[in-house]
Design a protein around this ligand. Structure first.
Ligand SMILES: *[C@@H]1O[C@H](CO)[C@@H](O)[C@H](O)[C@H]1NC(C)=O
Ligand SMILES: *[C@@H]1O[C@H](CO)[C@@H](O)[C@H](O)[C@H]1NC(C)=O
Length: 793
């Protein structure tokens, strides 16, 4: 290995080790939350690996070394809202990793310090300290970013230990008894970017503290009560702010004062370096009549006023609206007040963004106002707006207006309305949560890109609307729409939100017409899971899952009842049950195939013959069951008597006999079982009488040479009367009808009834033939072998 190689190797090893260490430390993050469980002591069962421990909002009054000694990994300890009165910070000396300690909202009156402290975040605010809890050891906390303090007495010297530090934010909470012996200069040494001072609540402001910490760019003051104009020293405090040229962010909250004083505060701030001014939670009383305001020379860009409680009906408000309307700033917010109106600025206004949400403004706001031509954003959310046509008219002169939020009002748009004069510049329009219907689509800003109409009363998007070629995002969720829109009129649509509507069978055309779509949210609709839905489900399955939001979880069948709750993803229907034409074709094809098979079977395998055989066989079985056997068995010695022509004797001897006798069937042949001294006819009759059945092997020869005996016999004896079924005819060869002499009535009638067994030519059919024949004659006979033998002898 060369030297470079080995150093690269070392580097890689070290790098891997660092990675492993990062991995392990991330892995070992252990947050233990024991807040709000009524603890009075630190529990003993804390895991040693704990890195963050939250024991806030309990009743703990003491913290000892042994309580947390073993938590050597502890980095964050939150003990706010407890009852700790005294803390010796050296109890934390073994928790060397500790960098975040929150002891706010306790009852701390004193702390003892320890030299090795090095916190990033130390919060001792909202405690019972008299003097500032700053030890000289704080000097070492070079990492400190946040310091929370509380005191009732401030002294410049107390601040000295932290003077060298560069802190991001200091929170200073002044106790209820603050103010008696004030050192106004005490904050001058503080070196922080952001300072938040909480004055004692419920106490008239008569402090002279200089809050203009020279390094702060951001200042927040809480709890300012100025009701008695002559006693209030707050103006003096504000005047000092001019000394700090860095200050740009100013926040006031929890203000209780008069209208006059409030406007006075605004006027003062107007002439400082402050750029962003925010006032929240204001309670105003008194009246305001002057409308004079000096707008000159301001640095202010943004003014936000949130949550004002006042009696608006106490005096005419127009002076206040006038002061507000003519402000020469860019951003202005008044929200959560009971403001009922706002005037049009009396000259060209620099307003860019106006937020008047959550007030009581009506349709007359900025009516015919020509001085808001620079305005880009107007938020009128949550007011008392009623007729959309008035708002449309209002925007008319706002030539730069790009974004308008008129959501959460009671806006409607009349069917018959013809005035449609939206400002052409509008790009974002939020009309959600109103009572708009389908007719709103008749009048929309032509260049709108983002349109929010969710939570209205829209039932369908009319086909005949003006083209919105720029529309990219459409939100029509929570309406009563029955189908997805077509993109014919919104050719750029890329985001569609249409969940929570009444869409039961969405048309799949959507995906064809809206080919620019990259996100659709259509869940929570009452989908009807029938054949029509399959195409939609198939299309949705084809587009990528990032496009379909909420898929598959929020897409479920609503009807029919049997599918209710089934995710569309799992809903399947066979193509056959959904396509009538296909169904008919399939049935037709099946029938055709069956016919073909049957025909084929008939032609090539003589199916009718088999059927006849099977039919005969079953008939025989049935009859056999009905024969009164006992009676028969007494007189019978043979299963069958066989009569045939000499021409056919080869077949009888080599086929018929072997096949029957191998099954133990006894056969009587008149020449074999011949009784000497009797005529042939007598012998035949003897045989017939002792046999269960008589078999005639029919062939043209047989008809010519043998049948004559039987015709005669049948004529005289009634032995084979109709229906006695003792006859079995085997048709060995076909006998043409004409070759039967006309005197053979019996034969003719037998042949006509076709009650014969045909001897099949095909060898494959012989098995069935024999089985059938045997079944016809097989009956259990009494063992009369002796007698038979006797006859044979
Ligand atoms: C004014 O408000 C708009 C919208 O809230 C914001 O984007 C912008 O940064 C603000 N401008 C200033 C100067 O505060
Ligand atoms: C429209 O306003 C509502 C609140 O009224 C808000 O939730 C929604 O996000 C806004 N829509 C858009 C597109 O900004």
């Amino acid at each position: 290995m060369t030297k470079t190689d080995s150093s690269i190797f070392h580097f890689v090893i070290i790098f891997v080790l660092i990675l492993i260490k990062i991995y392990i430390s991330a892995e070992n993050e252990l947050v233990v939350d024991r807040s709000k469980i009524g603890l009075t002591h630190i529990p003993k069962d804390l895991p040693m690996e704990t890195t963050t421990l939250d024991m806030s909002q309990n009743y703990i009054s003491e913290l000892h070394t042994q309580d947390i000694l073993l938590l050597s990994k502890l980095r964050i300890l939150i003990m706010s809202h407890n009852r700790i009165q005294y803390l010796d910070i050296s109890v934390l000396k073994f928790n060397t990793e500790l960098e975040y300690l929150d002891l706010s909202h306790n009852k701390l009156g004193m702390i003892s310090c320890h030299p090795t402290l090095n916190f990033k975040h130390l919060d001792l605010s909202f405690n019972a300290f008299d003097a500032l809890p700053i030890c000289k050891e704080f000097d070492n906390m070079s990492q400190l970013q946040f310091l929370g303090l509380s005191a009732t007495r401030l002294q410049k010297s107390d601040m000295q230990p932290v003077a060298r530090l560069n802190i991001s934010k200091v929170l200073l909470v002044l106790g209820d008894t603050y103010g008696e012996k004030e050192d106004p200069e005490s904050l001058q040494v503080l070196n922080t970017e952001s300072l938040h001072i909480v004055f004692p609540a419920r106490k008239e402001f008569h402090f002279i503290l200089d809050v203009s910490a020279s390094t702060a760019t951001s200042l927040e003051l809480s709890n300012v009560k100025c009701l008695l104009d002559d006693e209030c020293s707050f103006i003096n405090v504000l005047l000092k702010l001019q000394k700090n040229p860095k200050l740009s962010n100013f926040t006031l909250n929890n203000i209780e004062t008069t209208w006059n004083f409030f406007i006075g505060i605004l006027q003062l701030v107007w002439h400082t370096t402050i750029e962003y001014f925010s006032i929240s939670n204001v309670k105003l009383e008194g009246q305001f009549y002057s409308s004079y305001f000096d707008y000159s020379g301001t640095s202010l860009k943004t003014l936000s006023i949130h949550h004002v409680i006042t009696d608006v009906f106490n005096f005419p408000q127009s002076n206040i609206y006038m002061v507000f309307a003519n402000m020469n700033i860019q951003n202005f917010t008044v929200s959560g007040t009971r403001m009922v109106h706002m005037l049009c600025p009396s000259q060209m206004s620099p307003f860019l963004h106006l937020d008047f949400s959550n007030n009581l403004l009506t349709d007359t706001v900025f009516e015919s106002c020509r001085h808001l031509t620079k305005l880009e954003t107007l938020i009128l959310q949550m007011n008392q707006l009623k007729e959309l046509v008035n708002i449309i008219h209002m925007t008319n002169e706002m030539k730069s207006l790009q974004q308008l939020d008129i959501s959460q009002n009671s806006l409607r748009y009349d069917e018959n309305e013809n005035n449609c004069s939206w400002t052409k510049s509008l790009l974002h329009l939020n009309m959600s949560s109103n009572i708009l219907t389908d007719s709103v689509f008749r009048c929309l800003p032509p260049k709108v890109k983002v349109l929010d109409l969710h939570n209205n009363r829209i039932q369908s998007i009319p086909k005949q609307i003006t083209k919105l070629e720029s529309l990219q995002e459409l939100n029509v969720a929570f309406n009563a729409l029955g189908d997805l829109p077509e993109c014919g009129t919104f050719s750029s649509l890329s985001v569609l939100i249409i969940d929570h509507n009444s869409i039961s069978h969405p048309s799949a055309d959507f995906f064809q017409s809206c080919h620019k779509i990259r996100s659709i949210k259509a869940g929570d609709n009452p989908f009807q899971c029938t054949c029509e839905l399959r195409e939609f489900v198939r299309r949705i399955g084809q587009v990528s899952s990032e496009v379909v939001e909420g898929w598959p979880g929020s897409y479920k069948c609503e009807y029919p009842e049997s599918y209710k709750g089934t995710p569309l993803k799992d809903f399947h229907m066979s193509p056959l049950s959904c396509n009538t034409a296909l169904l008919i074709v399939t049935i037709g094809a099946t029938m055709l195939a069956l016919t073909a098979i049957v025909t084929f079977l008939c032609i090539y395998f003589d199916l009718p013959w088999y059927l006849r055989m099977v039919c005969q066989w079953t008939q025989t079985r049935h009859r056999a069951r009905n024969v009164p056997l006992e009676k028969l068995q007494g007189t019978l010695q043979y299963h069958a008597f066989i009569s045939y022509s000499g021409h056919d004797s080869t077949w009888v001897k080599s086929d018929l006999l072997p096949n029957l006798e191998k099954e133990d069937i006894r056969i009587c042949l008149h020449e074999r079982n011949f009784v000497p001294g009797k005529s042939i006819v007598e012998n035949i009759i003897n045989c017939i009488e002792k046999s269960y059945k008589s078999i005639f092997v029919l062939s043209p020869n047989f008809v010519q040479s043998e049948w004559c005996h039987y015709e005669l016999y049948f004529a005289h004896h009634n032995l084979f009367h109709e229906g006695s079924n003792n006859l079995i005819l085997i048709l060995l060869e076909p006998i043409p009808q004409y070759s039967i002499p006309s005197s053979y009535h019996k034969l003719k009638s037998l042949m006509a009834r076709r009650t014969y067994l045909e001897w099949p030519k095909e060898k494959s059919k012989h098995g069935l033939f024999w089985a059938n024949l045997r079944a016809a004659i097989n009956v259990k006979l009494m063992d009369q072998r002796g007698e038979v033998n006797h006859i044979q002898n």
